[in-house]
Design a protein around this ligand. Structure first.
Ligand code: 0X9
Ligand code: ZN
Length: 300
């Protein structure tokens, strides 16, 4: 069992997933979708709905230092599994939850360097390791806001999908296929609800739907916690950045309800969000998942 009073190592997070499978075997199962450069497993927890009409992919921890992301995703998992009886909306979907999309980087922020962002790929010159996994996806890869230089924080990699972590997600989503209707990636910080595209100031044909639903999420969060989240196109509201998981999910896989959500805070603590704010931030994240599920299921 996990406490939400502190941040956890990946072994604790994975042990929690295993515990849920042992305690709730009829709804929970784990798939290892890949292995990192340093040999760590990339795990996805499937939470099956009794009346599932669509799949919902939830990604956390692609950026190593954004600790409140895996913590909030674990909080969502607890709501969907352990508190399932009061969250019956969840029966409408099969959730595929990847709490730590960048295990090597996440562990490195615990053991070596708290503000590390990328994975731990050794670069050719060895001096600057790491690829920004959220610049390594294959939709408009290598464009604006992505670097070709390994020393940069936004290094896109030698090629699109050069990294085992992004390959794993690509292959898994390709396999589970068109049933998936929602993809949410949790990041920090800034309190933004962002929708594609991010590679340039380009809107998808259905962006008005995403803006409207994003505004509903923000309203529901504000009602519950008083916190304000800004809603908008990611390139316009934040900055252009190509090769993101969200753009690929939307543009290549065709997942309609694709968002990147930057969780708390608005800048005071930034990546170093105190653990005392995990619960409240997890609640924001859970409200987003609930609101999107209700919209797709038509029970909003
Ligand atoms: O730059 C990013 O990858 C995300 N912001 S963060 O501060 N957490 O690093 C935003 C990504 C938005 N999506 C795309 N640009 N595709
Ligand atoms: Zn991030």
């Amino acid at each position: 069992n996990l406490t939400f009073q502190r941040y956890h190592r990946i072994s604790d997070i994975y042990a929690y997933l295993e515990y849920l499978v042992s305690k709730f075997p009829s709804i929970c199962s784990i798939e290892t979708i890949g292995t990192t450069i340093q040999g760590r497993e990339i795990k996805v927890l499937k939470i099956s709905g009794s009346n599932a009409k669509f799949g919902f992919y939830i990604e956390g921890g692609i950026h190593a230092r954004e600790w409140v992301s895996p913590a909030s995703v674990a909080y969502i998992v607890r709501e969907l599994v352990e508190y399932r009886s009061k969250n019956s909306f969840a029966e409408n979907a099969d959730y595929y939850v990847s709490p730590v999309a960048n295990p090597d980087g996440y562990e490195f922020t615990h053991t070596n360097s708290r503000l590390w962002r990328k994975n731990r790929r050794d670069s050719t010159d060895k001096s600057c390791p790491g690829v920004d996994l959220n610049r390594n996806y294959g939709y408009q890869w290598g464009g604006l806001g992505a670097s070709r230089q390994s020393c940069d924080e936004t290094f896109a990699g030698e090629n699109s999908f050069s990294e085992p972590e992004t390959q794993a997600v690509r292959d898994f989503l390709t396999k589970i296929g068109p049933s998936v209707q929602a993809y949410v990636a949790f990041h920090s910080y800034g309190q933004y609800i962002l929708y594609p595209y991010g590679y340039d100031k380009v809107l998808a044909p259905d962006s008005a739907v995403l803006q409207k639903l994003g505004a509903r999420i923000a309203r529901n969060i504000k009602k519950a916690s008083k916190k304000k989240y800004k809603v908008g196109n990611s390139a316009i509201l934040l900055y252009e950045a190509s090769g993101g998981a969200d753009d690929w999910a939307k543009g290549s896989v065709g997942i309609k309800y694709t968002y990147t959500i930057e969780l708390r805070d608005a800048g005071r603590y930034g990546f170093l969000l105190p653990a005392s704010q995990i619960e409240a931030t997890g609640k924001d994240a859970f409200i987003a998942i609930k609101t999107i599920t209700q919209e797709i299921a038509g029970i909003g």
